[in-house]
Design a protein around this ligand. Sequence first.
Ligand code: MEV
Length: 321
Amino acid sequence: MMKAAASAPGKVILLGEHFVVSGYPALVTAIEPRAVVRVQRGEKKTVVKSGNVVGIWSEGGEQLYPPKNIKNHLQPLYDMATKLLEENSVHACFEAEIFSQIPGSAGLGSSAAVSVAFAKALSDLYGLGLGHDAVIKYAMLAEREFHGTPSGIDPHIAALGGALLYSGPGNYRRVNINNLLEIAVLNTGVRRKTSAMVAHVQEFARKNPEVFREMADFYGEVLAGGLEALEKGDAARLGRLMTLNHMLLRVLGVSSKAVEKAFEALMGLGMYGAKLTGAGGGGCVIAVGPQTSYGRLSDLSQQFQTAFTTKIACRGVVSEA
Ligand code: MEV
């Protein structure tokens, strides 16, 4: 093949961010904005583009652009691609272009969706036939470079789609979603670094082991109820449990003024419940509610960066034409 493309979805964590980094299960679902990566065979140099950010490397892996003393934000993707090609005995240059509709640094898994789509597109370009496990393995390499010590939840859901109960790499099960097909997403527009938020919570857990364990036990009950609610299609109960999860995240110190403002705004629409999603500190707040509450979401688009309702449990990574 001379050209190939693949897309992967964003995600929202319905319950359990941060607890999942400590090995507790989290409930996550794929959502509709997607990232697309287009690749084609190249000569003598490898080029990766994302909007107006460009990285160029020589055949031998030397950074040609930007100049070596300037940080290349696309380096983790290049490193992932190099490893993927090396391990599959491909010695070639390529050109890649990234088109992502998923807001970045907002808790919606944009970097993982890009890494997963990238790995799949390269697999298609060189006819490698990589399955989901291999795609996830390579995407995890880029995720570690982007975020430090991620749990791996983002690349798993980007590759597999649907909804998952996720406890760690390769340790997950699919969850059936009954009735709840939509979710409201409000982006505070405040960008934050996942690695810093994760480090903050891990520090809390290290300094207050007993409190953290009690919180995690309580979270376990919230999760059990949330799973039951999701499987039975009880959106009102799921919403209430999401709010309880949000309260735990507040105590862990990962909420913020902007997040609380978004939380209040969503609850003001008559949602059943709301919570921050992803690392927190900014990013997005999600909510579930009765149909009438979604209808009023656009009222908030003046005050926040983006407000949208999206379909959940959509398909994972796929090849694109
Ligand atoms: C990532 O979307 C959410 C966190 O739990 C980090 C992780 O699981 O890698 C904060």
